[in-house]
Write a protein that binds this ligand. Structure first.
Ligand SMILES: [Zn+2]
Length: 239
């Protein structure tokens, strides 16, 4: 059984890359085991198809060198935060036992992002309760609660609670994003334009990372928010 250090959830294939691709690449380079679980196959996306996005997601996973990537096959646009969906996520948390979970922005342009964020966050809490029984492959699972849940920032400009220096990993982030050829700018595509297929979109992704980096004196950074107050041991412990 594989234990992951970090498990990243995204409502759609490409959310993890857009919000935390640099962080994922950096953590993997530092020897951490990282996995990605997409909640839906993005089948309602204006461009591409579910099958194409499966292939693109696998290509992006190979670029980021994640240990696992799975898809829960929830309904794009219509999944809800209920017991059935929470249990599916709890099974994944108990299977991979991550110390840290990253999930969607708490509120965003796409309604699935805020919904997926709350769903994953609720499941992280519930996963620690001993009286919730789950089975995977016919075996009973032990409870597991991640120590930390962070929300990455994707479309809207949310003020981060902390930023992570991704200098040196921006190229990997962009390469992982561009693995989704159906979603982003392609001058030869005949498909309809979307907010993320414009020529300037990728530039805006780079600019945001540069701007977050600028605030802390680094070349590039990704921002995150926290839900629960984090305790530190000493004033100097995060220096
Ligand atoms: Zn999305």
């Amino acid at each position: 059984m594989i234990k992951l250090d970090i498990l990243v959830f995204g409502a759609h294939p490409d959310d993890a890359e857009l919000g935390a691709g640099g962080t994922i690449a950096k953590e993997v380079a530092n020897g951490k085991k990282v996995g990605i679980i997409d909640l839906t196959r993005g089948e309602l996306g204006t461009r591409g198809s579910a099958e194409l996005r499966d292939k693109e997601a696998n290509a992006a996973a190979a670029i980021l060198k994640v240990t696992v990537r799975e898809n829960l096959g929830f309904r794009d646009g219509f999944f809800i935060n209920d017991e059935t969906h929470q249990l599916e996520i709890i099974k994944m948390i108990r299977r991979y036992r991550p110390d840290i979970v990253l999930c969607n922005a708490i509120e965003d342009r796409h309604i699935d992002h805020g919904k997926g964020s709350k769903l994953v966050s609720d499941a992280c809490f519930l996963s620690g309760l001993i009286k919730i029984d789950t089975q995977l492959d016919g075996k009973n699972q032990d409870p597991w609660r991640p120590k930390l849940v962070y929300h990455y920032i994707q479309w809207k400009n949310i003020t981060p609670d902390f930023v992570l220096d991704i200098s040196g990993f921006m190229d990997k982030k962009v390469a992982a994003i561009l693995a989704y050829g159906s979603q982003f700018h392609d001058p030869n595509s005949k498909e309809p334009e979307t907010p993320i297929s414009s020529k300037t979109f990728i530039e805006s992704v780079k600019y945001r990372a540069q701007d977050m980096g600028r605030l802390v004196g680094k070349d590039y950074a990704e921002g995150f928010t926290v839900e629960r107050l984090i305790a530190i041991d000493r004033l100097s412990s995060i220096i």
